[in-house]
Design a protein around this ligand. Structure first.
Ligand code: PLP
Length: 419
């Protein structure tokens, strides 16, 4: 077994392509021109992502005092933030009031009373429930009031408390696999707008939430067609402001994770006719691959270097900790790989880094930021790039990441990785 490469540079690392985030924004603008995106900070709260999006002019969906502070610290004005957590601790509501973040969602009566106490002048958005029949992470079991059974009572309560409700929001489920749900949800929102009108409100905001796909090879096309035509049908009045809270759309494909194989175990069947190979890599479900547990992701390992004509073997991939739950891929056919070889995982930007922990002493993977020259030129005038945006240290000496190589990842030239 060749162990020559092992032990030199072996830490797992990310490559974040800023250009991918910028291209996503252009796509959003082209496909959903009426909908102003408010990036869901929870999805990936890295400084680079937030600053790039702030520079591009998106708004932000924050779920807590901490997320609000993070966004405000970038110089984003509070009116670009929606506090889109329908169940907020009172101290966070007070903080929103103190920092002039005034747009926030609700879906229950106790929230209305808290808001009356701590932020009575806020602009409220009622969140209704409308679930996709199929989504990666359903949310309706936790948030969103029934638009027919509950919304009338909630709006009456808001009215009696003299609170200012300005519109309706929904979230069909993250990783939505039923584009037509957006038509149902927009139609329901129309009914709640009309209900609001009957109670004396004049709603001016519709928030269509998240759920938009973000992996390589996915398209916004189908959902955009449904959304645009439903907006034309149900909200033709251009004075109604339409916003959304996309998370994974903006960041999933921008991040590629590269892991090193540090141990291998062969399991041979009793009759010695079959072999299963267990690869142990230096990131797992307690680190970046927490997305397997929490975000129901299926991750696809791609060998960084593959010898043409390789034979494939039944394999599994395991994380570095001593926990049996720490399995990354249960069964996959892979060419024979050795110690020190690298596995590449694309589409790792959404719901990975903010949750990752250094459990068992294995550090969270660092991020190397890259961009091609045109993106660098575009951004340098609108975004003050500092050393904090970049990881110190070089990429591993035995990994080459170049455009057009036969590696699984295609990356532009490196923007600036100091070392
Ligand atoms: N908005 C809210 C309130 C959410 O809870 C989420 C995700 O859980 C999002 C937006 C982002 O959703 P997505 O990543 O599917 O776009």
């Amino acid at each position: 077994m060749d162990i020559a490469d092992s032990g030199v540079q072996e830490e797992a690392f990310y490559v974040c392509d800023v250009g991918d985030i910028v291209r996503k924004h252009k796509t959003w603008k082209a496909f959903l021109p009426r909908v102003q995106p408010h990036y869901a900070v929870k999805c990936n709260d890295s400084l680079t992502v937030l600053e790039v999006l702030a520079a591009l002019g998106t708004g932000f969906d924050c779920a807590s005092k901490g997320e609000i502070n993070k966004v405000l610290s970038l110089g984003v004005s509070p009116d670009r933030i929606i506090f889109a957590n329908p169940a907020k601790p009172s101290s966070h509501i007070r903080h929103a009031a103190a920092t002039n973040v005034s747009t926030m969602t609700f879906d229950n009566e106790t929230e209305l009373h808290k808001i009356k106490n701590f932020h009575p002048d806020s602009k409220l958005v009622i969140r209704i429930r409308c679930d996709a029949t199929d989504s990666q992470c359903p949310l309706g079991m936790k948030f969103g009031c029934d638009p027919v059974l509950e919304a009338p009572r909630l709006l009456q309560t808001a009215r009696s408390l003299n609170l200012n409700v300005i519109g309706v929001s929904f979230h069909v489920g993250s990783g939505c696999r039923e584009p037509s749900v957006f038509k149902r949800a927009i139609a329901m929102s129309r009914e709640v707008f009309d209900l609001g009108q009957a109670l004396g409100y004049n709603f001016t905001l519709l928030d269509i939430g998240g759920g938009f796909p973000g992996d390589r090879g996915t398209s916004l096309d189908e959902i955009a067609q449904v959304v645009n035509s439903a907006l034309d049908d149900y909200f033709p009045d251009p004075s109604v402001e339409i916003i959304a809270e996309p998370g994974r759309f903006y960041v999933s494909s921008a991040y590629t994770l590269i892991c090193n194989i540090h141990s291998i175990r062969d399991v041979i069947s009793e009759d010695e006719t079959t072999r299963h190979r267990m690869y142990y890599i230096n990131d797992g479900v307690y680190g970046s691959f927490n997305c397997i547990l929490y975000d129901h992701q299926r991750v696809v390992p791609l060998p960084l270097h593959e010898v043409p004509g390789s034979k494939y073997y039944s394999s599994s991939i395991w994380g570095p900790t001593c926990d049996g739950l720490d399995q990354v891929v249960e069964e996959v056919l892979l060419p024979e790989m050795g110690l020190g070889d690298w596995l590449v995982f694309e589409n790792m930007g959404a719901y990975t880094l903010p949750v990752a922990s250094p459990f068992n002493g294995f550090p969270v993977a660092k991020v190397h930021v890259v961009a091609d020259e045109s993106i660098w030129v575009l951004l340098k005038d609108i975004m003050p790039l500092t050393e904090e945006h970049f990881v110190m240290g070089d990429l591993p000496a035995n990994v080459s990441i170049e455009s057009g190589g036969n590696v699984a990842i295609e990356l532009p030239i490196r923007m600036q990785v100091t070392g």
